[in-house]
Design a protein around this ligand. Structure first.
Ligand code: ADP
Ligand code: ZN
Length: 523
C-alpha cells in the first residue's frame, strides 16, 4: 500500500513537475505523510519544501489546508498548481465575499486539493464553520518558526493555528515546515503542535555554493556602490535595518544603477512594483529592509549584502539564503559597524515583549555580534549555531582565506581581562576602554577609577581601538556580555585561562577588506 503510494508520488513528480528524482529529504517526508504521520521539516531555503506537502496532497485526495503568512505568494503558488492541472485555490482578503463563498463551495464539493489561507483566517467563525464540514486530509503549516516566541519572526496570528488545531476532534496529519530553526525553536514548534520528537526531519543547513564574507571598517556609502559596480548585470539584494537607511542607499545607487526599493513604509502598489521588477530582472539590485524576501522565488540572486548587522543569526542566514538558489556560486557579505549594534539594541528595547523575551533577544544579538567578530570559519560558525558541530572549515570564507599573519596578542588580552576583573564586572565596553587608555572623562573621577592599577595601562592606543579589541575578545569568548540593554562585560572561563597564563590569544594582523572578485583596490 505504502509502496504504491510512493510510486504514485514519484510518477507525479515526473509527470506534473518534470523532475526525475526526489531531493534529499523530500522522499522521507512524503513517505511519512503518506503514512499519516506528522512531520516537522527543517530544510534550507530552496531545498524544495513545497513539494513535501503538494505531492502528498495530490496522492491523498480530499483537501489539504496550507497555512502560510505570505498572502503575496499564495496566488503564485496556486497559479503554478493550476497550471499543472491541480485543483488549488486560496482565500484571502483580496477576494469579494461572493468569490470567497464560491471557493468554499468548491472545497465542500471536494473540488479543491490544496486550499491556501493566512493564519488570520482561522479566527473567522464562518471560515471555521465551513472547514469543519470538510474532511481535511492534511494540514501544512508553512514558515512554522513564526509559531515560536524564540524564533526571529514570531507572529501572534500563528497562535490561532494552535488554538484551532487543539479544538479539532479528528485532526488530520500535520506537517510544519521552516527553513530556519535552532533546536530550541524546533522543540517549541513541536510542543505547540503536539508533534512527536521522532517525527522531526532536519536537513543540512549547509549551502555549498554560498561564500560568506565580512567587511569591517568600510563606509557603506562608498563600499556598496563600488561593490555593485563590480557586479554589473548581476542580481543582488542589499539589506538595511531601517527604512531611512534603505532610502538613502537607494538614492545613492539609483543615479548609476538599476535598483529597486522595498520597505514596509511604501504603498502596497510600490512594493509589488519593486518586487516584480526585481523578479523579472528589470532591475539588478533590490535595496530593502527585512520586510522583503520571504517567499520570493528568484533563483539567480548572486549576492546578498547586509549593510547593517541584523538582530539574529537566524534572520541573517534566512536572508543570506536567498542567494544562489540556482546552485551557482554566490556571495553573502556582512558589513559591520559598531553603531549598527546599537540600532538592534534599540529595536529590542522598543519591542513590547516580556522581559524574558527581551533577554533572549539580547542573547541572540550577542551571538550575531560574535559572528561579526569571530576568527573562525564563518560557515562553521553558522552551522554550529544551528546545532551542526560535525563540520570542517569551508576553505573559502573571508576568515578561511585570510592571508594576514597571526599575531600573539596575549599580553594585550591580559591587560583587558585584568581590567575587567578590577572593575568587578560592573561596567560596559566604553568604560573599560576609557580606564585602559587613561581617559580624562569625568566618569573616571566620578566612579573613582583613576586609582586602579589598570588605569592608563594601554594609553598608547585610542579608546576606539581598544573597544574594537574588546569586541574581538568577546567574539572569541574570552569575555562575555550580560544580556541587558546596557551590557556589562564579564570574564569567561576561557578568559580566566588566559589571565592565569594557561592559554594564548592570537589575532590576525590585518583585517581582510577587499571588494570581491580579486579586486584589492582600497576605497
Ligand atoms: P523552499 O520552499 O524549500 O524554499 P521550493 O519548494 O520553492 O523551496 O523549491 C525550490 C526550487 O527547487 C523550486 O524551483 C522547485 O521547483 C525546485 N525543486 C523542488 N524539488 C525538486 C526536485 N526533486 N528536483 C528538482 N527540482 C526541485
Ligand atoms: Zn570558512
Amino acid at each position: 500500500m505504502i509502496n504504491t503510494h510512493m510510486e504514485q508520488a514519484k510518477q507525479l513528480l515526473k509527470k506534473a513537475y518534470g523532475y526525475d528524482s526526489f531531493r534529499q529529504g523530500q522522499a522521507d517526508v512524503i513517505n511519512a505523510l503518506l503514512n499519516d504521520d506528522d512531520a516537522l521539516v527543517v530544510m534550507p531555503t530552496g531545498g524544495g519544501k513545497s513539494l513535501c506537502y503538494q505531492i502528498p496532497a495530490q496522492v491523498k485526495g480530499g483537501t489539504t489546508l496550507v497555512i502560510s503568512p505570505l498572502i503575496a505568494l499564495m496566488k503564485d503558488q496556486v497559479d503554478a498548481l493550476n497550471q499543472i492541472g491541480v485543483q488549488a485555490s486560496y482565500i484571502n482578503s483580496s477576494l469579494t465575499k461572493e468569490e470567497e463563498r464560491a471557493r468554499l463551495r468548491d472545497v465542500q464539493n471536494n473540488q479543491c486539493t490544496l486550499l491556501y489561507v493566512a493564519p488570520e483566517r482561522l479566527y473567522e467563525p464562518h471560515f471555521i464553520q465551513a472547514i469543519s464540514q470538510t474532511k481535511l486530509s492534511l494540514i501544512a503549516i508553512d514558515e512554522a518558526h513564526c509559531l515560536s516566541q524564540w524564533g526571529h519572526d514570531f507572529r501572534p496570528s500563528y497562535l490561532h493555528i494552535k488554538q484551532w488545531i487543539d479544538g479539532l476532534d479528528d485532526r488530520p496529519p500535520l506537517v510544519a515546515l521552516t527553513a530556519t530553526a535552532t533546536h530550541e525553536v524546533a522543540d517549541d514548534i513541536r510542543a505547540h503542535l503536539g508533534i512527536d520528537e521522532n517525527k522531526q526531519h532536519l536537513f543540512g543547513f549547509k549551502r555549498d555554493n554560498i561564500t560568506f564574507r565580512q567587511i569591517k571598517g568600510e563606509k557603506k556609502e562608498t563600499y556598496i556602490p563600488h561593490y555593485v559596480s563590480l557586479h554589473q548585470n548581476q542580481s543582488g539584494i542589499i539589506y538595511t535595518s531601517t527604512r531611512k537607511e534603505a532610502e538613502k542607499l537607494y538614492d545613492r545607487l539609483n543615479k548609476s544603477h538599476r535598483v529597486a526599493l522595498y520597505h514596509g513604509g511604501l504603498s502596497e502598489f510600490a512594493r509589488t512594483e519593486a518586487q516584480e521588477s526585481f523578479v523579472r530582472d528589470d532591475v539588478d539590485v533590490m535595496i530593502a529592509t527585512n520586510a522583503f524576501g520571504m517567499g520570493i522565488n528568484k533563483a539567480n540572486v548572486r549576492y546578498i549584502v547586509h549593510a547593517n548587522i541584523p538582530g539574529t543569526l537566524e534572520a541573517y542566514y534566512q536572508e543570506a539564503g536567498r542567494a544562489g538558489r540556482d546552485g551557482e556560486p554566490s556571495e553573502c557579505i556582512l558589513m559591520y559597524q559598531a553603531q549598527d549594534l546599537q540600532t538592534q539594541r534599540f529595536f529590542i528595547e522598543q519591542s513590547n515583549g516580556e522581559p524574558s523575551k527581551k533577554q533572549h533577544d539580547f542573547e541572540k544579538l550577542q551571538q550575531m555580534n560574535r559572528y561579526a567578530h569571530t576568527n573562525e570559519c564563518l560557515e562553521q560558525f553558522i552551522l554550529a549555531y544551528f546545532g551542526d558541530d560535525d563540520t570542517s572549515p569551508c576553505g573559502k570564507c573571508s576568515n578561511c582565506t585570510r592571508t594576514g599573519e597571526k599575531e600573539d596578542v596575549t599580553r594585550d588580552a591580559q591587560m583587558v581581562l585584568s581590567c575587567v576583573v578590577r572593575l568587578k564586572e560592573r561596567f560596559g565596553k566604553g568604560i573599560v576602554a576609557q580606564v585602559l587608555t587613561g581617559s580624562r572623562n569625568k566618569k573616571m573621577e566620578q566612579f573613582d577609577l583613576t586609582n586602579l592599577p589598570t588605569y592608563g595601562l594601554m594609553s598608547n592606543r585610542s579608546a576606539k581601538d581598544v573597544q574594537v579589541f574588546i569586541d574581538f575578545l568577546i567574539s572569541e569568548n574570552y569575555l562575555g556580555l550580560t544580556p541587558t540593554s546596557y551590557p556589562v562585560i564579564q570574564l569567561t572561563e576561557q578568559g580566566l585561562g588566559v589571565l592565569k597564563g594557561k592559554a594564548q590569544v592570537f589575532h590576525y594582523k590585518e583585517p581582510i577588506e577587499e571588494a570581491g572578485e580579486g579586486d584589492n583596490q582600497a576605497f
